[in-house]
Design a protein around this ligand. Structure first.
Ligand code: GRF
Length: 202
């Protein structure tokens, strides 16, 4: 089976649990993607260490200097012949030239049910604090396509969890994160499947 090449782009906090979940899913011979490269802004985060430990190709691409950031990312992405990009804990907007080169091929995971609780500055515990403050009875995670605005692209899939009396942001974050790990691999397989179907039909 031909596996599509994926880049996972992690952020500076770089815990990397979604990266690990994707890499583990990709180890299944029936999963339609392989992790061609992990791109990290720093070489010494937990995500970077885990990528090395799993034998994944790791490329450290710092955002500075910003004027060459897009070109440096593109060089890695073309060298690894990447077809899909999965953002996992990445908190910047991708440079426009990367988005232009990967139309409808960049995914992100967000720890709430978009379109609620998204947008600039909505990441980490702030998201879960906002959910708890809203009185909503459920939360969850969203995998969506990435465009030039924060948390704004088409939703690929969501998984839901209940908000439980006595939840703290940390407890809720943990419940959501378990679903993120299932959702990301499911969503990636889904977009690849849909792309294959539309190609075969066309
Ligand atoms: C996740 O909660 C994800 O939804 C958000 O950033 C966090 C990354 O966690 N975009 P990890 O680094 O994958 O553990």
């Amino acid at each position: 089976m031909k596996k599509d090449a994926v880049a996972i782009v992690v952020g500076p906090k770089g815990r990397g649990s979604n990266m690990l979940a994707l890499a583990q899913a990709a180890n299944d011979p029936d999963f339609p993607a392989r992790i061609a490269v992990v791109i990290s802004p720093l070489g010494d985060t937990a995500a970077a260490e885990n990528a090395r430990a799993m034998g994944l190709r790791l490329e450290v691409v710092p955002p500075e200097p910003l004027d060459t950031y897009g070109a440096r990312l593109m060089a890695v992405l073309s060298d690894a012949r990447v077809e899909w990009i999965c953002l996992a804990g990445y908190t910047r907007l991708l440079p426009a030239e990367v988005l232009a080169a990967f139309p409808n091929r960049v995914l992100n995971i967000h720890p709430a049910l978009l379109p609620k609780f998204g947008g600039k500055g909505m990441y980490g515990m702030r998201v879960h604090e906002a959910v708890l403050g809203s009185g909503d009875e459920e939360s969850g995670c969203t995998v969506h396509l990435v465009n030039e605005r924060y948390d704004d692209g088409a939703i690929v899939l969501q998984r839901r969890v209940p908000v439980v009396a006595g939840d703290t942001p940390e407890i809720l974050a943990k419940r959501v994160l378990q679903q993120e790990h299932l959702a990301y691999a499911e969503a990636l397989a889904k977009v690849i499947f849909e792309k294959t179907m539309s190609r075969d039909e066309g």
